[in-house]
Ligand binder design. Sequence first.
Ligand code: SAH
Ligand code: DHB
Ligand code: MG
Length: 224
Amino acid sequence: MAQERWVAVDQYISNLFNTLDPNLEATLASGAAAGLPAINVSPVQGRFLMFLAKSHGARRILEIGTLGGYSTIWLARALPEDGRLITLEIDPTRAEIARRNIVQAGLDDKIDIIVGPARDSLRQFADEGGDPFDLIFIDADKMGYVEYLEWSLALARAGTLIIADNVVRKGAVIDELSDDPDVIGAQRFNQKLAAEPRVVATIIQTVGSKGHDGFALAVVKEGR
Ligand code: SAH
Ligand code: DHB
Ligand code: MG
């Protein structure tokens, strides 16, 4: 009963803010047609990511975990004219599907997809010493999250917003004896984030069309 209600309210919010535009719907349809798992953020969550990027004035965004480019497109829509988004994807087939969706959404001049294990790309960015990112969205393999947090801090500045998806996992994150690697990855990440002196962070639970899950939100402190 509660769940039906959450889903109905999610639909209500989605309808209110017209989150189902043609490019985003086509992105989901292309993923479904190619047999990609439907593990993209929901439409309302996508809008939340866009909202965060906009409210933060993000000009340089890093995404870890592209899939078909759904969250990528939401985030990139918040960028100013000269803004850039880099997204990391290990699977070349997924990266190619995402590339097509991004072109179709008219955002290919703002987005670079880098194919390969995220940790290699992150190490390379750190070695190159480029400009820091304003916003980082972590959404790839959950066992990698602790490492991605370390790299994110290395690629951040004071004020950078770090967001991590799927850190509640239907509430399984409170099961201390869980043997699910995705749950264990989220538990280790949450612990690490909570103990990290360089950020102010929290976790917000979400319910809706993707069930019960949550986002971790962290902002990098001044003078870290
Ligand atoms: N952000 C997307 C969903 C990403 S799903 C959205 O909401 O629309 C997670 C993605 O991370 C998958 O496509 C998976 O192939 C990718 N991934 C898994 N392990 C990875 C790794 N080590 N490096 C880079 N990408 C990885
Ligand atoms: C899974 C991964 C995701 O990024 C997500 O949003 C939902 C589920 C998964 O691997 O199960
Ligand atoms: Mg996710």
